[in-house]
Design a protein around this ligand. Structure first.
Ligand code: NAP
Length: 282
């Protein structure tokens, strides 16, 4: 592997369908930077050795996707607060002394998207309602607490998983089963779907929005389709809405800045490029 240009990559298993090379490739070209961003498929049985000996990979840093985010975090010499809290890293870099550093930027991606598309969204942080309790939900709960939401309700089909997140993050987070949804919607200032429901090829997200105040911001991290039924129904009754594509784009910003020295912007051209690649209409 050549060391002439700084080289980073998406690592995980599989990585063939990752949009990260397209995102970073766009920014490298836009800024006229001599760098490369590729794909490295890391087989599960080699993952521990790969991340432990990351400096031997020829990469200056990497993104990490499923199923290696936890293995990557465990291999790091230093973790940022989000990665430490979640025990999972999606962004790696080598510091000047060759130590492996890790961050989790999924939550920052969620925040960056809302900051860009709904700038006043956290002016008076109140009660958030998060649907789902998977990996993305954990990052989003972290993000919401970092912006001082007073209460974060987590509703999940498997209530124990919601409870695990609530136990981890403390008394401001409360776990519930799906049957509590109607009551919780009444109090919500922000509604976030982090389940895979509503995504093309998955079952629909069936939810009666009637109790939700029309002032509540509604966001869905599913971005295929870009305007999910949740967002469509929320917009039809007057709620402000933000789609989930920007979360994917903004989570990439900190890594690019670390590796290539320029803080890139999430602009309309990048959004259009990724939407075209996804075969999704804006
Ligand atoms: P995950 O860890 O597998 O979690 C999936 C969640 O969806 C769980 O809460 C699961 O509930 C729920 N779920 C799945 N099928 C369900 C069903 N039939 N009925 C009720 N609940 C169901 O996945 P993840 O990594 O958190 O990702 C979740 C979604 O977010 C995916 O669609 C992913 O593509 C998207 N995502 C988007 C971004 C972005 O940048 N915009 C980033 C990350 C993820 P149980 O716990 O009960 O199984």
């Amino acid at each position: 592997m050549s060391n002439i240009f700084p080289k980073a990559a998406i690592t995980g298993h599989p990585v063939a369908h990752s949009r990260s090379p397209l995102i970073h490739g766009y920014w490298l070209k836009k800024h006229g930077l001599a760098g490369e961003y590729g794909r490295v498929d890391v087989a599960p049985e080699t993952a521990e050795a790969f991340y432990r000996n990351f400096s031997a990979s020829g990469l200056i840093g990497a993104n990490v996707t499923v199923p290696h985010k936890e293995t990557a975090a465990a291999s790091c010499d230093w973790l940022d607060e989000a990665a430490r809290t979640m025990g999972a890293a999606n962004t790696l870099w080598l510091d000047e002394s060759g130590k492996l550093c890790g961050a989790n930027t999924d939550g920052l991606g969620f925040l960056g998207n809302l900051d860009q598309l709904s700038p006043d969204w956290d002016n008076a942080p109140g009660t958030a309602l998060v649907l789902g309790a998977g990996g993305a939900a954990r990052a989003i709960v972290w993000a919401l607490l970092s912006r001082k939401f007073t209460t974060v309700h987590i509703v999940n089909r498997t209530q124990e998983k919601a409870q695990r997140i609530a136990d981890e993050f403390g008394s401001k987070t409360i776990a519930h089963g799906w049957e509590k949804l109607g009551k919780l919607l009444e109090e919500a200032d922000l509604l976030v779907n982090t389940t895979s429901l509503g995504m093309t090829g998955k079952p629909p997200l069936e939810i009666d929005l009637a109790p939700l105040p029309t002032t509540a911001l509604v966001t869905d991290i599913v971005y295929v389709p870009l305007e999910t039924d949740l967002l469509k129904n929320a917009a039809a009754r007057g709620n402000p809405t933000v789609d989930g594509l920007g979360m994917l784009l903004h989570q990439a910003v900190p890594g690019f800045e670390r590796w290539f020295g320029v803080r890139p912007e999430v602009d309309d051209t990048l959004r259009a490029l990724i939407l075209e690649d996804l075969g999704v209409s804006a």
